[in-house]
Design a protein around this ligand. Structure first.
Ligand SMILES: Nc1ncnc2c1ncn2[C@@H]1O[C@H](COP(=O)(O)OP(=O)(O)O)[C@@H](O)[C@H]1O
Ligand SMILES: [Mg+2]
Length: 617
């Protein structure tokens, strides 16, 4: 990294730089100082704190350092080495560019900068109060010490929380940097004790694209170090580039890993941690179909895009950005996440013989059966592309038989990820056996998802084939129309929504003022209770009283239909039907969650069972 001089920004540039308060609490100082260390090319960064950072924040780095004659400039407002003109501001690649942070911090605390510039034999210390420069001893790099934050503004100091809380915020600030920079060592000390330490990881380069793969592998290791092994186990890799050239990579937590608070949602734009509504919304909508309710997904996502298409100069702390085309980024992120989350996981599971189970040794001995813990939801690290299969053509039966051969050789059956059906339990669960042990499937939940995905892809298929607005789900007339007693509202709804119903593959016409007749239903749903299906769809349509209801509430409508068409509890299934359902699950996107975001299956491995029975192996 070539050294650039620290210069005053030109006045016209100063006026363009988002102004405002930078320092709110110790963590704000930490963020700015770590930004600076990274911009200086540091490979090791140490943070030392006293009293949650209020008494001391010291950030030491091994970066390129600051020349003696430039030390006073570093503390001057609007003096920076990072940009010199507007053009550079528009494509800025460093964390900093405003030349304000050190000046702002120096105004509210006792500051000192100790630095030895690369190639220099002497280190110097600048006292921020007096401006005095003294020779000191240290290796190449910089230490910035900030003491007694808000010493002159007691009112501000009052707003600070306890030391523990402020410390947590400081750690979080470093964590955000650390996730994006696995090539840098970070350590955090509080009151002389080591609080966190994340070592730089040297991932092995891949021959095809050394740089990219190395970073991604390293980030995965760093994510594991910082967020825990569970984060990696419970997440899938994301990697996609949109047609607009927006690249999205990282890891997306499985629906099962969702939390009650949004505290593990990390988004980076060109390496900078940001909080952005467009990104949060895009992620939220990608999870919509697999995660319902108020659960918060976890993810660490890195967005790489043309820097001139994103403005980082909109907020004084640079935590917010403005995209030139928000839609372009929204679509890229959403599509990348949806793709990663859609793949059914059972297939990949089967290829990972060495499955992680988190049933602890003592569990079975000391506690009652803890299902949540023993049935550790297992997650592969990556997927073979072959499992991105489309949903099969609709089968005419309740549950498709197309995929199941009753006389499959046993060795082939062993390879089925969700195993071979053994029995039905309490009319609710299917029990199946695979190589690793037992698979338990919630049959209604699983079938509901399969039907839902099938309906969605049928609608998509005709939409792609036909002209705009002419798409519909393939339907089949009933030999004998099913009539039912209807309310006046139901009759009105059937009359006003003829077109919408047709798109949903339904034909429901008045038979008498109080009777409706179901004449056609979707081909794939002929075996269900067609009257219940008709009633629930009409009820749904009455709620969305609008002409473009299919566009607006398509997924809700299809989910309602799927719920009514799916196999109900207590319906006896033959082994053949159970196996057919399992094979359908293995092929169907998002089949690991039901339409309401709950899991459709769990695995109990032989190891889990051994633990339960305290059976040593
Ligand atoms: N840790 C550091 N190592 C090397 N140079 C630094 C360091 N911290 C600050 N500087 C120098 O001081 C200047 C001012 O820093 P700062 O006030 O944070 O503004 P900015 O980062 O926006 O340029 C930087 O441009 C950089 O040249
Ligand atoms: Mg800075």
């Amino acid at each position: 990294m070539p050294r650039r001089p620290i210069r005053d920004l030109p006045d016209e540039l100063i006026s363009q730089i988002a102004a405002g308060e930078v320092v709110e609490r110790p963590a704000s100082v930490v963020r700015e100082l770590v930004d600076n260390a990274l911009d200086a090319g540091a490979t090791q960064i140490q943070l030392r704190l006293l009293a949650g950072g209020v008494r001391l924040i010291s950030v030491e780095d091994d970066g390129m350092g600051i020349l003696r004659e430039e030390l006073p400039l570093a503390l001057r407002r609007h003096a920076t080495s990072k940009i010199a003109n507007l053009q550079e501001l528009e494509s800025v690649g460093t964390m900093g560019f405003r030349g304000e942070a050190l000046a702002a911090i120096n105004a509210i605390a006792d500051c000192a900068i100790l630095s030895r510039a690369q190639g220099q034999s002497q280190a110097w210390m600048l006292d921020g109060r007096s401006g005095e420069l003294k020779p000191v001893a240290r290796a190449t790099g910089t230490t910035v010490e900030v003491k007694e934050l808000f010493f002159s503004t007691p009112a501000r100091r009052k707003f600070l929380k306890t030391d523990t809380t402020e410390l947590a915020h400081c750690v979080e600030a470093v964590r955000r940097h650390a996730l994006a920079r696995p090539d840098v060592d970070f350590s955090i000390w509080h009151e002389g004790k080591l609080v966190e330490q994340w070592r730089a990881c040297n991932a092995h380069a891949n021959q095809d694209d050394p740089e990219k793969v190395e970073l991604e592998t390293a980030v995965k290791t760093r994510l594991e170090d910082v967020l825990g092994a569970e984060f990696i186990q419970q997440s899938v890799a994301v990697t996609a580039t949109s047609s607009a050239g927006v690249r999205v990579w990282g890891r997306a937590g499985l629906p099962d890993a969702a939390r009650s608070r949004p505290d593990q949602q990390f988004c980076y734009v060109n390496g900078r941690y940001v909080r952005d509504k467009v990104l949060t919304h895009a992620a939220r909508s990608a999870y919509e179909d697999v995660l319902h309710g108020h659960r918060q997904p976890v993810y660490a996502l890195f967005i790489e895009m043309d820097p001139t298409r994103v403005d980082v100069n909109v907020h004084p702390t640079k935590i917010e950005v403005r995209f030139r085309d928000g839609r372009e980024v929204h679509q890229a992120l959403r599509a990348a996440l949806e793709q990663a989350l859609a793949a059914p996981r059972a297939q990949a599971l089967a290829h990972h013989a060495n499955i992680n189970v988190n049933a602890s040794e003592s569990l079975a001995a000391s506690q009652p059966f803890n299902t949540a813990k023993v049935m550790g939801y297992q997650t592969p690290m990556s997927f073979a592309p072959s499992i991105f299969n489309r949903v099969e053509e609709p089968a005419h039966d309740f549950i498709s038989h197309s995929s199941f051969e009753s006389h499959t050789p046993a060795n082939e059956a062993e390879d089925w990820p969700l195993g071979r059906a053994l029995a039905q339990l309490q009319g609710i669960y299917i029990l199946a056996e695979n190589k690793q042990g037992l698979i338990v499937v919630d049959m209604h939940a699983a079938h509901e998802r399969i039907v839902y995905e099938r309906l969605k892809s049928q609608m998509d298929a005709t939409q792609e084939a036909g002209e705009q607005g002419t798409y519909s789900i393939p339907s089949q007339p009933l030999l004998i129309p099913a009539t039912f007693a209807a309310t006046a509202q139901e009759v009105t709804a059937a009359e006003t929504h003829v077109e919408s119903l047709a798109q949903l593959g339904l034909e429901i016409t008045p038979f008498s003022p109080q009777t409706l007749a179901v004449r056609s239903v979707p081909t794939s749903l002929t075996q269900g209770d067609v009257v219940e299906l008709a009633r629930s769809v009409l009820a749904e349509l009455m709620q969305h009283d609008a002409s473009n209801v299919i566009q607006r509430a398509r997924n809700e409508l299809l989910a309602t239909m799927a719920c009514h068409a799916a196999v109900r509890a207590n319906r006896k299934l033959t082994l053949e039907e159970m196996n057919a359902l399992l094979r359908d699950m293995e092929r169907t996107e998002r089949s690991d969650q039901c339409n309401h975001g709950r899991p459709t299956w769990r695995a109990v491995t032989i190891k889990d069972l051994d633990t339960l029975f305290m059976r040593g192996r």
